[in-house]
Design a protein. Structure first.
Length: 315
């Protein structure tokens, strides 16, 4: 299905060098911010207090956040837990207060506005748990990267695997760079969004590589750059429809999902936008620099002598 049919191929690769230079600059800046500023990780990684409170009526999350903010806490996560009357509050570590003292302080502040609020449970998340989550998150990221490389190598050829994984890591590092620069909270949900972007971005690269492979088979007189431009242009309609509809869903989460989904949606938004960009101007361009050719994508039949049974035949 094509809503946006383009009759002439767009010369994407004509400006590939400048876009690659821009990508390299963005990548270096992202790494610089990650090294100098670091990620502002959430309670799940640093440790802190998790308390659950219950109201007799639907809780006003905005008012709860304001009450907790007045106590001097920053980056507190407030969200419904189960029902609209049950609320989970995550507090960062306070050097002068124990976990029990923190929960009692917050509970007293909440009871000033609503005397019916009750404390259901309090749990301290230690730094050791945070270290385990960090290690497991890095392992998950490494397994995804390795799996993508193996898949692309089997599906296409090693040049495409290299181009695809560089483009995917480009997206991930830039997302992390945004979070480091603006010091947005990096939580488990954001990590999940980063892993989702990896799969989402590689899917776009695979589709474009498929179009390039089809173009190599159909158009014998086109050179390599023309083939790549045609493959990308042929995929534009699908890209607009697929990414447009996906971004509409993510945008709804960003606007109406509340604090719990805010940074998750932000990470997905950045990932989707840069995923489209990297699939065209990073993955396809790097594949071009690596010298992809028709023989890389089209396997020839072999017999015992190394030639096809109809070798030499003229049609």
């Amino acid at each position: 299905m094509e809503f946006f049919r383009i009759h002439r191929d767009i010369p994407f690769m004509k400006h590939a060098l400048w876009f690659n230079i821009a990508s390299l600059i963005m990548f270096i800046l992202a790494v610089f911010f990650l090294v100098t500023r670091g990620l502002h990780v959430s309670v799940e990684f640093t440790g802190g207090t998790v308390m659950q409170v219950a109201y007799s009526q639907p809780a006003d999350l905005g008012q709860i956040r304001q009450t907790v903010d007045k106590l001097g806490y920053q980056d507190v996560l407030v969200q419904n837990f189960g029902t609209s009357r049950d609320v989970m509050i995550r507090l960062p570590v306070h050097k002068d207060l124990t976990s029990a003292e923190q929960s009692q302080q917050v509970l007293k502040a909440l009871q000033v506005d609503h005397s019916d609020v009750q404390l259901r449970s309090t749990e301290f998340v230690g730094p050791q748990v945070g270290k385990e989550l960090t290690a497991n998150g890095l392992k998950a990221l490494a397994f995804v990267v390795i799996g993508i490389m193996i898949y692309l190598s089997i599906r296409f050829e090693w040049k495409y695997a290299v181009a695809g994984i560089i483009a995917n890591l480009h997206d991930v590092v830039i997302i992390l760079g945004f979070f480091a620069f603006f010091q947005w909270e990096f939580s488990l949900s954001v990590l999940a969004a980063v892993l989702a972007v990896l799969g989402y971005s590689v899917n776009e690269s695979v589709i474009i590589f498929d179009r390039i492979r089809e173009a190599f088979r159909r158009f014998r007189k086109m050179d390599r750059i023309q083939i790549i431009n045609h493959g990308i242009t042929a995929n534009i309609s699908r890209t607009i429809i697929t990414h447009g509809s996906t971004q509409a869903v993510v945008l709804s989460m960003l606007l109406f999902g509340g604090q719990a989904l805010h940074y998750f949606a932000v990470a997905l938004t950045i990932g989707i936008l840069f995923g489209i960009y990297s699939s065209v101007f990073v993955a396809a361009a790097i594949a071009m620099w690596l010298g992809i050719k028709r023989e890389d994508l089209i396997k020839r039949p072999h017999d015992s002598g190394g030639r096809g049974p109809n070798a030499g035949a003229v049609v």
